[in-house]
Design a protein. Structure first.
Length: 131
């Protein structure tokens, strides 16, 4: 059915837009987590350059992934959005476990787990429609 191909392309674009928005949401969650972390510590200590570089990585990578989600061709987009959120999911579950003793951090870090879980779920949805 020729109309089915058009439906799959529209679905794919819709899902890609959702995924890009979720990557942007992850950046905001990381930003909120970083701000709360430094607020709880009373400011930014001078010896935390490595931590600041890690936070920069956490802000830049999801922004780049949001762009690539919209710019890459279908196969590359699917692969990127299955491998990347799976990696982030493992890291964020560990990160959540590390913050279990900090009640203020749990909702924000928990949101990062939920966001990458949704990205992975939507990416697998693209894979199902493209078979």
């Amino acid at each position: 059915d020729p109309d089915m191909g058009i439906y799959v392309d529209i679905l794919s674009e819709s899902v890609r837009t959702k995924i890009a928005i979720l990557w942007l949401s992850l950046t905001l969650a990381f930003l909120a987590h970083g701000q709360l972390h430094f607020f709880e510590k009373g400011g930014v200590p001078k010896e935390t350059l490595g931590l600041l570089l890690f936070f920069d990585f956490c802000y830049i990578v999801p922004l780049l992934l949001a762009y690539l989600t919209l710019a890459l061709r279908e196969k590359a987009c699917r692969t990127l959005n299955i491998v990347s959120p799976a990696t982030f999911l493992v890291m964020n579950v560990y990160h959540l476990w590390a913050h279990l003793g900090e009640p203020a951090q749990i909702p924000i870090v928990g949101a990062t787990v939920a966001i990458v879980g949704l990205i992975l779920w939507h990416s697998l949805e693209i894979s199902k429609t493209k078979r």
